[in-house]
Design a protein around this ligand. Sequence first.
Ligand SMILES: [Zn+2]
Length: 487
Amino acid sequence: MRQVGRRHRWVLAGGLAVVLAGCSWSSKPISLPPVPTPEAASPSAVESSAPGVGAPGLGDPYFPTYGNGGYDVTTYDLKVTLGPAAGHLSGDATITATAKQDLTRFDLDLHGLTVDSVTVDGAAATFTRTGDELVVTPAGKLATGKSFATRVRYAGSPEANRDPQLGSTGFLSSKGVTFVAGEPESATSWFPVNDHPSDKARYSITITAPNADNVISNGVLQGKETTGGQTTWRWSESAPMAPYLVTFAAGDLRIAESTHNGKPVRLAVSESVPQGLVDTAIAKTTAICDYFEQYFGPYPFDAYGAIVIDDPSVGFSLETQTRPTYTAMMLQDGDLDGVVAHELAHQWFGDAVSVAQWKDIWLNEGFATYAQWMWLEHTGNVSVKDTFERLWSSKSSPLWTVPPGDPGNQRVFNNSVYSRGGMTLEALRLTVGDDAFFQILKTWVTDHKFGNGSTPQFIALAEKISGKDLDQLFQQWLYGKTRPDHP
Ligand SMILES: [Zn+2]
């Protein structure tokens, strides 16, 4: 994710005298559920209350109610029909999971919408709704290790979330395009899900929309069929994906198709955006990926692409898997490739390798920021070293008071997570040398690809490859509350 305001700071740092007009967020009431306080962040808050009951949250230290305990999802088969009224959908989701404990009851996460029926392995199940929990009681006990399929049929008008920093998130519609984008949560707004990046799964995403709409989603288009006035588009993402990276866009989109390295490339832009700067920026997608491959290892996925939406209430761009979602204003204002490089770097760091807990968010944002600095240097702009030195030279920078390795659940998108996170990698590079540094990055992706990684695992890998004791370096850069020593 890259926020509008933050990109603005980065543009100034890059020496371009571009002033971004304030992003005008609407004054609609905020419907975002309150962020749990750190005091509530005890795993005990989400422990099972009885044997056989899956916990209503995974106990993430920052967001303990996110996700659910007791099972692990392997595949989502989502069938969503848009309409007939604007903003309305009907859904038919089959979630195949493996029980990690004996289960007599388990939860899925779903915000709003009306659930019509739930079956487990074809047998009717009873269900209740409590807040954003869909509580399912199957007809019989699910034994540990059993694979089971939960089918949920539902309908309604998804509610957009409002975040004071990010603007609108979730299931949104603007200028004739319906789309989904949001972090750390967005999936719950449109399908029943185990909504935490530690439970990655494969996805089939089938969207039915009026014939006039173009539809794009994650991964590879498997086919489309037209029946009467509607067309059904069948997409699949074969690599495991965290729920917040699942997306689609449908409506008035212009689409440029090609192939690169034998993989499909699909670039979709809201028709309301004038042809020009935006198309030029996202056309660099494959060149940027080819550049990153040299340093991070092979591009991890089976497809390339981009989705550009035109919604001034969205204050961020997001690394949705294989198809980053860009808000047009971030591409139209002078920063032609910075944000594209940032979201594409996330395909390695964030998407292929996902955080195990949200407190490790610097593993996504610090790495994507560092890669963005590398692209800037590669294209003849400021060097990574100069970027580092400029940021380090400020003794009273707010970066020094927020530890990027544990920023707190209200500050997961704080500038420190991005900039000081990126500086942490430059400090590592200056300490271990280029060869060891890039071997660490490549090995990190190889070791954790399609799974999750944690900060202690990254530190252990860096020490193993470099042969150096790096405790003090990481302690200062990730967890200290004063300016670290210059490496
Ligand atoms: Zn990011």
